[in-house]
Design a protein around this ligand. Structure first.
Ligand code: URA
Length: 452
C-alpha cells in the first residue's frame, strides 16, 4: 500500500491515490476498488478519474492492479447467470478495427451449430466501426433489449445481439467515454479491464478474442498486441473462462467494405458463401474455435469444418434472418440487398501512378469513412447507414495510373476534397510487389503463444 493509506476503513483520499500512481507506486486492490466505486456513485468527479486514468496510462498497472480494476468494473453492475440456457455459452470480442464485420457472420454460424452466443457489443469508436451501428442499419433492428428479452431471444435462437445495458459493467461504460476524450484509450491494462469486465458480466463460459495489430488497430506493434492478448487470456482464465486469442493483421481494412450497411451487405454475401477471402478465413477460424470451446467439435479444425458446412447449407443465413426478425429488423433487405437505399454521392480515389499497392493506412481510411458519415465525431452524432468506403483494390494488387483504388459513398455534399486528401495519404504505390503479411499471426491461450 502506498504511503497515505486508508484514512478510515476503506476510505482513501483520491489525490493520494492519483499521486501514488503518478509516482509509479503500486496501488492496493482496495485503493483501485475505491476509485471505481466512488466514480460509479458519482462521488468522484470526472477530472480526478481522468487524472487517475492518465497516471495509469503512463505508468501502467501490474497483474494484481489489473485484476483489481477488472473486478471492480465487473462488479459495478450485475454478473448475469445464464445457467437456465442449456449449453456452453461462448462469445467473441475484437479489440477493434476497420471493416471488421466478423461478429455478424460468426454469431449465426456458431448458433446454427448448437452453441449459444450471448453477444453484447459496442458502437463505433474513433476510426473503428461498431457491431451495434452496423446492425441498426437493418431497418427496425433493435439492439436495446432489456435483460429479460436478452435471455428469451438467446433461448429461442441460440444467439442474441445487444448493446451494453445499464446493468452490464456500468463503470466501464462511463470510464470508456472518458478515455475516448482524454487520450487514454491505447493502454493495455485499461483496454484489458474494459473488455473483460463487459465480457465476464455477460454470463459466458468461454471466450474467443481477436487482438488486432497494425495501422488500423489500437495496438500498432506485434509486441504490444501480444502483451494485450496475454493479459486478456490471463484475466479470462483467472475467472475460469476458457479463453483463446488470435493476433490478426489490421494494416489494411478487412474485406471490401467499410460502413454500416455496406458491412451488413458484405456479411450477407459471406453467409451466402460469397464473402471475400480474408473475411471468410477469419470468420471460419474464430467460429471454429467457438464451436470447439462450446463442446460441439473435438478440435478447432473440426469446428472450422462445421463452420463451412453451416454456410454452405444456408442454415447460418437462416439463423441470421430469424434473429434479425426477432429483434424487429426488416429482413426483406437481407433477401434483396439491392432494395436498400443508395448514397446520393459517389467518388473515387484513383491511382496517381502505375505500380503495386504496397501499403494502406487503415487508420486514415477509417477516419475518411467517419468523415463520409459512417462514424461519429461526438457522442451525439448520428451515423449514416449508407455512408462508407469500398476497397476496390487491396495490398499487393497491381494498378495502372488512373485506375480506381477506393470508392466513397456519402450523403454529404462537401466532403469530397477533405476525404480525397486523407485517402491519398493512406495509400503507398511502389514499383515492387510487397511481401505478403499473414492475416493471422499467433494464437495465445493458457499454454502460451503459438506462431500460426
Ligand atoms: N474495446 C473495448 O471494449 N474497450 C477498450 O478499451 C478498447 C476496445
Amino acid at each position: 500500500m502506498s504511503k497515505d493509506s486508508a484514512d478510515s476503513k476503506n476510505y482513501f483520499n483520491p489525490v493520494t491515490i492519483i499521486r501514488a500512481k503518478r509516482d509509479k507506486e503500486r496501488l492496493t486492490s482496495d485503493q483501485i476498488k475505491f476509485m471505481i466505486d466512488q466514480y460509479s456513485k458519482d462521488e468522484l468527479p470526472d477530472y480526478q478519474m481522468s487524472a487517475f486514468l492518465m497516471a495509469a496510462f503512463l505508468n501502467g498497472l501490474n497483474a494484481e492492479e489489473s485484476s483489481a480494476l477488472t473486478e471492480s468494473m465487473l462488479y459495478s453492475g450485475d454478473v448475469l447467470d445464464l445457467s437456465e440456457v442449456p449449453g456452453i455459452k461462448v462469445d467473441k470480442h475484437s479489440t477493434g478495427g476497420v471493416g471488421d464485420k466478423i461478429s455478424l457472420l460468426l454469431a449465426p454460424i456458431v448458433a446454427s451449430c448448437g452453441v449459444p452466443v450471448p453477444m453484447i457489443s459496442g458502437r463505433g469508436l474513433g476510426h473503428t466501426g461498431g457491431t451495434l451501428d452496423k446492425l441498426e442499419s437493418i431497418p427496425g433492428f433493435r439492439t436495446d433489449l432489456d435483460l429479460k428479452r436478452y435471455r428469451e431471444v438467446l433461448k429461442k435462437h441460440n444467439m442474441v445481439l445487444i448493446g451494453q445495458t445499464a446493468e452490464i459493467a456500468p463503470a466501464d461504460k462511463r470510464i470508456y467515454a472518458l478515455r475516448d476524450v482524454t487520450a487514454t484509450v491505447e493502454s493495455i491494462p485499461l483496454i484489458a479491464a474494459s473488455i473483460m469486465s463487459k465480457k465476464l458480466a455477460e454470463g459466458i463460459n468461454a471466450l474467443v478474442l481477436d487482438v488486432k495489430v497494425g495501422s488500423g488497430a489500437f495496438m500498432k506493434t506485434r509486441l504490444e498486441a501480444q502483451k494485450l492478448a496475454e493479459k486478456l487470456v490471463a484475466i479470462g482464465e483467472q475467472f475460469d473462462k476458457r479463453t483463446i486469442a488470435y493476433m490478426t493483421n489490421m494494416d489494411q481494412p478487412l474485406g471490401r467494405y467499410i460502413g454500416n450497411w455496406l458491412e451488413v451487405l458484405e456479411s450477407v454475401q459471406g453467409l451466402k458463401g460469397q464473402g471475400p477471402e480474408d473475411v471468410m478465413e477469419l470468420t471460419h477460424l474464430q467460429a471454429g474455435t467457438m464451436i470447439y470451446l462450446g463442446g460441439k467439435a473435438d478440435s478447432v479444425e473440426q469446428g472450422i469444418e462445421l463452420s463451412h458446412e453451416a454456410v454452405e447449407s444456408g442454415k447460418a443465413f437462416e439463423v441470421f434472418k430469424a434473429l434479425a426478425a426477432e429483434q424487429g429488423g426488416d429482413t426483406s433487405v437481407l433477401d434483396n440487398t439491392d432494395a436498400y437505399p443508395q448514397a446520393e454521392h459517389q467518388f473515387d480515389l484513383k491511382a496517381f501512378e502505375e505500380g503495386y499497392i504496397s501499403r494502406f493506412d487503415a487508420y486514415q481510411i477509417g477516419m475518411a469513412a467517419l468523415e463520409l458519415g459512417a462514424g461519429r465525431k461526438t457522442k451525439e452524432d448520428k451515423v449514416d447507414p449508407v455512408a462508407g468506403i469500398e476497397m476496390v483494390r487491396k495490398t499487393g494488387d497491381q494498378v495502372q495510373k488512373g485506375e480506381t483504388i477506393i470508392r466513397c459513398y456519402t450523403n454529404r455534399k462537401d466532403v469530397e476534397s477533405v476525404t480525397t486528401k486523407q485517402l491519398e495519404n493512406s495509400v503507398v504505390i511502389s514499383s515492387k510487389k510487397p511481401a505478403e503479411t499473414p492475416l493471422i499471426s499467433h494464437r495465445i491461450d493458457k499454454d502460451g503463444v503459438t506462431e500460426f
